[in-house]
Design a protein around this ligand. Structure first.
Ligand code: DGJ
Length: 727
């Protein structure tokens, strides 16, 4: 609900359990008042009295701009007395850059706001557009807010408009700014940082005076830092206390900052990375930022995560694909790497069919001259020397076995040893006179150029339309360097990285629309582009190249802080694990991989008979619980970063059914009689835990708990929990 109170000049925005309030203060600034538990419009005067008047500049002072540095603002100004970092900075032709935004008008509309060319919330109940005018230039800023009754996510973005005649350069345009007026420095910030094969580990540290800046400068959201930050109030725990989430629906270079001022107020804001960013805005033009998804939770981190999971599943992921039952896949990458032919692929396919697998995914190496990673990218036609009879032969074998077929692409890349590069060397990102940085022996295509995106669209479309393909794995295996496009003029090079991201979105939009029945899985050298923007096109994303039965619990735990289990692609791979060299039980790898879109990534023909029986059992188990995993509420019970256990459970929305997966890392003789308290059940219902043959009330399972199983190193357990009359 969006309520405007003309008497108070205030806006109260409310979702399922939160409210967000701001007002136009006496000086005409849009001042932030409140973000927290749900309130009613009658509460507005209290908010103004508590948080408004005290921070409002003195109207009688002609230098009032100078008093805005403590004023909680919805859009930070620059060069006019607000000395915190600005939200929008606009440069003039003469080099001046200063702004002071004041309220002009507002509009409340039904539904969501479209964001052409970028991912955005597909629906909303209502949206609010507040127009501010810069008193120092001919620019306006529209602040956009969208809310829905059934969601705890507030969607924000902004649009900068040039309403004058001269050309401006936007030097910074973040998507949101939220000031916390009453925090006095008692908050911590949690970021999801990592590396290749160690993505999205939660790192929490107290905020202190100064600025915490998390960012990517790599041209995509990155393995190293996810475009998500949470602000935790003192005492916030997994299931209690207050916290706020800030997630960007953006896949390019980003920044999110949490700035604690001299008076220990906090300003959180984020959007497109402003480092060397610039965007020219001619008279009459406008520029829209990506959206950000903000969340308030009074039920700790778990409450925040569940709100995000519901949001991504219902508002971002394509509804048709979100509802698709995810196929259990066998992917040949770790089974064969580049070394495959009809014979070894067919053997895997034949075996997959016997074990109950749904889809065979042919990974890297099927095209061009791609026998290793130095050649072939960009040549999206099958290598018939390697695959006799081409893709049709492999697909035919799949069909004979009742399997569907999926295929790997890396559409944004080119190898110098490729026909594409030989024909169009200028299509790769490079700067004449500078030797390009090569990574994995490949270059990045210049997706700021429409003709490049058009070509790749045609090439990939040709393969998809000529073959019966139900699944695409869309990979991306390097960072962007030499940020420069020969097709952009000198004064527009600051637009390069964002334009690249828009090119990626353009291709993703066109391909996913042209092939509506294909399930597109995102991937970037593992989980390097796992963000809310990518989820708009890819309902699931390869979470990490690290499929080790222990490390994966951490990666999936961290990823779930913001992203739903349905978005995590999780596979069982061979041991010793190719990344960590660790050996974990087959059952554990299966249990951990069941907490997402599951599959296998190994040579099925090399499994023992016992392991094959385990695969069959794992798939049977998965088909019982996949709806729960993909649609249920997640409760994180034991933090793998903190103790000897990992444990998570998913509970159906009606609380009649749950599925729990646990792992004990070390078989420790002194670590016994530990109690595991379940969560998310209904206290009044009686449940039956199938594997324990135990019936107990929800109150007992959550209040008293059950013993953790005593298991050897990396031993795991799975429990199916049903309401007793649902058994
Ligand atoms: C990186 C991906 O994460 C892997 O799963 C695999 O597809 C390779 N790329 C192929 O080059």
């Amino acid at each position: 609900m969006i309520c405007f109170s003309p008497k108070d000049n205030a806006f109260l925005l409310s979702g399922k359990q939160y409210s967000y309030c701001m007002y136009v203060n006496g000086a005409g600034f849009l001042q932030h008042l409140y973000y927290g538990k749900k309130l009613v419009p009658e509460d507005i005067p209290v908010l103004i009295a508590a948080h408004g008047k005290a921070s409002e500049p003195n109207l009688n002072d002609r230098d009032m701009d100078m008093y805005t540095s403590d004023m909680p603002s919805e859009c930070g100004s620059f060069g006019r007395g607000d000395f915190r970092s600005a939200t929008v900075i606009v440069g003039r032709e003469d080099g001046a850059a200063m702004s002071s935004f004041r309220y002009v008008s507002h509009l409340i509309v039904k539904g969501a706001l479209a964001l052409p060319g970028m991912p955005c919330a597909r629906r909303a109940d209502e949206s609010l557009i507040i127009t501010l005018r810069d008193s120092c230039s001919d620019t306006q800023v529209d602040l956009n807010y969208s809310v829905s009754e059934d969601s705890d996510i507030l969607v924000r973005s902004l649009t900068v408009r040039n309403v004058g005649k001269q050309t401006y350069e936007i030097k910074k345009a973040f998507s949101f700014c939220t000031d916390f007026p009453d925090t006095c420095g008692t908050y911590s910030a949690m970021r999801l940082s990592g590396a290749w094969a160690r993505e999205r580990a939660p790192v929490t540290a107290p905020l202190a005076e100064g600025t915490l800046r998390i960012e990517s400068t790599r041209g995509y959201s990155s393995h190293q830092m996810n475009p998500f930050l949470a602000l935790l109030s003192e005492g916030c725990q997994e299931e209690s206390g207050e916290c706020y989430g800030f997630a960007l629906l953006y896949s390019g270079s980003f920044a999110i900052t949490a700035e604690v001022t001299h008076n220990r107020y906090i300003r959180v804001q984020g959007g497109i990375n402003d480092y060397l960013f610039g965007w020219q805005l001619k008279g009459g033009e406008s520029f829209s930022t990506p959206q950000a998804a903000l969340c308030y939770s009074s039920e700790g981190l778990g409450g925040m995560s569940r709100a995000y999971h519901d949001f991504f599943r219902a508002y971002i992921i394509d509804p048709k694909r979100a509802r698709m039952r995810r196929p259990v896949v066998i992917n040949n990458w770790e089974a064969t790497y580049f070394d495959f032919d009809n014979e070894n692929l067919f053997a895997i396919i034949d075996e997959a069919a016997k074990l109950g697998i749904d889809t065979f995914v042919l990974d890297d190496g099927w095209f061009g001259k791609r026998d290793n990673d130095t050649a072939g990218l960009g040549d999206w036609f099958v290598n018939e020397n390697k695959l006799k009879g081409g893709l049709k032969a492999v697909i035919g074998r799949c069909k004979q076995n009742g399997l569907k077929f999926g295929l790997w692409f890396e559409p944004e890349m080119v190898s110098e040893d490729s026909n594409l590069f030989r024909a169009h060397p200028d299509w790769a990102i490079a700067k004449a006179g500078v030797s390009p940085c090569r990574s994995r022996s490949q270059l990045v295509l210049d997706f700021t150029r429409k003709e490049v995106v058009d070509y790749i669209f045609e090439a990939v479309s040709k393969v998809l339309s000529e073959n019966d393909i139900s699944y695409v794995k869309w990979d991306k295996n390097r960072d962007i360097t030499e940020n420069f496009s020969a097709s952009l003029p000198q004064d527009r090079q600051g637009e390069f990285l964002h334009r690249y991201t828009l090119g990626f979105y353009d291709l993703a939009q066109r391909l996913t629309s042209a092939f509506p029945n294909v399930l597109f899985e995102g991937c970037a050298g593992g989980g390097g582009r796992f963000d809310g923007g990518a989820l708009y096109y890819f309902p699931q994303i390869w979470t990490s190249d690290d499929t080790d039965g222990l490390e994966r619990t951490k990666i999936q735990w961290g990823t779930s802080m913001c992203y739903p289990l349905s978005s995590m692609s999780c596979h069982v791979s061979a041991c010793p694990n190719h990344q960590t060299h660790r050996t974990t039980p087959f059952a554990t790898r299966g249990a951990v991989a069941s907490l997402g879109a599951t599959g296998y990534e190994l040579d099925l023909t090399k499994l023992s008979d016992e392991e094959k029986e385990q695969v069959k059992a794992q798939i049977n188990n998965y088909k019982r619980i996949d709806e729960l995993v993909l649609k249920g509420d997640l409760y994180r019970l034991s933090d793998p970063f903190k103790g000897n256990y990992f444990c998570e459970m998913v509970v159906s929305k009606d609380k009649r059914e749950a599925y729990l997966v646990g792992e004990r890392f070390r078989g420790d003789p002194c670590d016994h009689n530990r109690v595991l308290k379940l969560q998310g059940l209904s206290e009044d219902k009686t449940y039956y835990i199938e594997e324990l043959r135990l019936a107990a009330s929800g109150a007992a399972l959550m209040g008293a708990g059950v013993l953790y199983p005593r298991l050897a190193d990396c031993g795991s357990w799975t429990w199916h929990i049903r309401e007793k009359d649902n058994v």
